[in-house]
Every structure is written in C-alpha cells, then in structure tokens.
Design a protein around this ligand. Structure first.
Ligand code: SIN
Ligand code: CO
Length: 381
C-alpha cells in the first residue's frame, strides 16, 4: 500500500495548518486524500476478523420504519452466516484492525502528526447498499476514509443532541444535516468531536475510521486513584491519649474527624507522579489485547545477528510512549539507561529501529530488545 505524503493526506495543507484551522474546530472534506486507496483488507478477511472472538465487532441493522424503529445491534464474534442477510440494510464494524493487519497499522500511524498518545485505533466498516450506523455524534475526533465503493455523508453542527429512547445504540432523534457529500474511494472526511453525522452506503462499501482517544475527567480520576493506591505509603496510627468522656458513645466526634482529616492530608502527588501515571495509563493495552511470546525464541546471539541485519520493529499491539518520567511500554515503566534514550525515542516515534541505529547503541540496547522480543512486544524486522 502506498501512503501519500502528509500534504496530500491533508488536502494540500501542512500538518501545522491543519492543526491551527481544523483540528477540534471544524470539519474538512479532502478529496483524494489517499489516491488509489480501496482498503487494506478484502471483504473475506474483514469477515474473518469479525468472526474472531478476540476481535471487537458489531453488526447493526437498520429498522424498516425510520430511526424510531427497531435497531438491531449484535456484538461479535459474528456468526459465519452474517453476510447473507439482505432484507434490511446492515453493516458490520470491526474495531482495532491495525492490531491484525500490518497495512492497517501503517495507515493508522500515517496520522501520527497527532501525538500517538491521542491515537486510538483503526475501525473498518462494511455495509451493504443503504447500510450505516444511523445519525449520531461521537465524543472524539475521527477521520473517515472511504475504502471500496461510495458512501453518502451528511453532517450537522446541531445543538439538539437528544437520542432515540430505548435504541441499543445512540441514534439522534432529530438529525438536520447542513452538508451532504458522496465520498469516493480515497476521499476522507475529518470530523471534530460532537458533530452529528450519518453515513449511508451507496451500494456495498467500506469505510476506514481513524479514531482518537479522549478520556473523560472521571475516567482519568478513577484510574489515577487506582494507580496511586498501589503506591500510597502513609505513616502513623490513629491515637487519642487525650480522649475525653463523650456524652454519646455512638457519636463520631469532631476531634476524631479532625485527626483523620490530618492523616488523609498526607495523600499528595507530584507532577512526576502524574507523568508516571500518564505513561502507564496511556500505554496500557486494551483488555482484549494479548501478547504472544515466540514459540521457540531465538537466543541472544541469533537475535543479535537478525536485528543487526534487519533492525527491530514493535508489534502493532505494543504501545511505547515517553515523557519526562521516562519510557513506558505496554503499561510498565522501562528500566533503561539514560544513554539509550535517543534509540528508544526513535523506536517509539517510528515504531521500528533500523539495523544501523541498533549497532550504534551496543549490548545494553540489544539486551532490552531481546527481553521485549521474548515477551512478544516486538521482533526483528
Ligand atoms: C461507519 O463506518 O459506518 C461509521 C463510522 C462513524 O460514523 O463514526
Ligand atoms: Co461516528
């Protein structure tokens, strides 16, 4: 698959211009963002993934009687008979295609002009004529890249976000589109969060959604407190040598609350804690992601020869990010010497390290990469 230069992907704009004018601000339709694009996998392979119990997928069938009717939503694994239904328009959506298809991973990472920490996954939908997920809005940014066939996209910046009650998916009750386009293979539509949209397949088609993650404050708070809990070390023990006789034995007296309040005031965190938490949180693999260590791993010497000849690549499932708190890989801090920082930063940015770069850093880097290889986090290229 040939991926275009960033300027082509962004319709003749630089990434800086796109960020300043459109990102999280307004939609952008880019004709021929990926010239010649028809997808990264065949319909058969997409259905194969949808039938796999380790892959998140959804089947959605439109109601016969308009948006208020009976929507059907079935989570995967999809039955093999799925693709035969023809009575009502339907679609199958497969999440995390980047984890299974190398070209899908490359496509997702073409969008890493947005920090990788914001990238979520590549979702691929297949729909028969008239199929779609209905008018809705998402809480995150999305690039909708047309694969095979054509799709009509209608969008709206409407304030009315009321949803059809009782539907198994979030369908807008009143959708009033203000723009209407037909996307051909390779065309792409960028939508900021909360823009209402509806994509209707014209004939059978596939759409590639490059999605971003936008954690809620509640989610961050809950995860941060769970992270802190494992690291919390408070000194002291409740004590009351000056205890005075209370009138009501069942009363929790103000002095008791004062003392507990002082004890709890010992719960504090620093910016370094936040950095370490963010590194762990943002590289934590999703619940259905598992790493497969190699069945018969190469020993250090053979690994060294392979990596020395071809370089090293991260597994598409691996998440490697860094901050002032150092590197985090798949939810864990990386214990590496400061001298390896440039090599690891290059590996994190590019998701692979050429043989020449590995050679510059010597045995400490090779040992680390060999450990990662034995855990299934990456392999010689
Ligand atoms: C689709 O591919 O049908 C749905 C994508 C979206 O609306 O976010
Ligand atoms: Co959407």
């Amino acid at each position: 698959m040939n991926l275009p230069a960033l300027e082509t992907l962004l319709g003749g704009r630089s990434a800086r211009e796109f960020l300043a004018e459109y990102w999280q601000k307004k939609p952008l339709l880019i004709r021929q963002a990926v010239p010649g694009f028809t997808g990264v996998l065949s319909r058969t392979d997409l259905f194969e993934l949808a039938c796999n119990p380790d892959v998140e997928s959804r089947y959605i069938r439109l109601p016969a009687d308009g948006v208020d009717g009976d929507w059907t939503l079935e989570h995967g694994p999809q039955p093999r008979s799925r693709r035969r239904g023809k009575r009502q328009p339907w679609t199958v959506l497969v999440q995390g295609v980047n984890l299974w298809v190398p070209d899908g991973d490359r496509l997702l990472h073409r969008f890493d002009f947005i920090p990788q920490a914001r990238l979520d996954d590549l979702m691929v939908s297949y729909a028969i004529d008239g199929g779609g997920v209905g008018p809705h809005f998402d809480n995150y940014d999305v690039f909708l890249l047309q694969g095979m066939g054509r799709r009509r996209w209608q969008i709206s910046d409407q304030a009315d976000r009321s949803l059809v009650e009782g539907a198994p998916l979030r369908i807008l009750k009143h959708f009033t589109p203000t723009e209407d386009w037909v996307l051909e293979p390779g065309d792409m539509l960028y939508l900021p969060p909360h823009w209402a949209h509806n994509g209707i397949a014209i004939g059978e088609c596939t759409t590639y959604s490059i999605g971003f993650r936008s954690p809620t404050a509640q989610e961050l708070g809950t995860e941060f407190l769970a992270w802190m809990q494992d690291r919390l070390q408070l000194e002291g023990l409740y004590a009351d040598p000056d205890l005075e006789l209370q009138q009501n034995s069942a009363e929790i007296g103000p002095k008791m609350v004062d003392q507990i309040e002082r004890m709890l005031a010992g719960i504090r965190w620093t910016r370094r804690d936040v950095e370490a938490f963010v590194g762990a949180y943002l590289t934590e693999p999703k619940p259905h992601v598992f790493f497969e260590p190699p069945e018969a791993p190469m020993d250090r010497r053979r690994f060294e020869r392979e990596v020395g000849a071809h370089g090293f690549a991260l597994d598409p499932r691996s998440l490697l990010l860094f901050s002032a708190a150092g590197f985090h890989l798949n939810g864990e801090p990386v214990d590496a010497d400061e001298t390896l920082r440039p090599a690891l930063a290059e590996l994190a940015d590019r998701r692979c390290l050429p043989a020449s770069a590995v050679a510059r850093f010597g045995p400490a880097l090779l040992e680390l990469l060999h450990d990662w290889y034995c855990s299934g986090f990456g392999a010689p290229q």
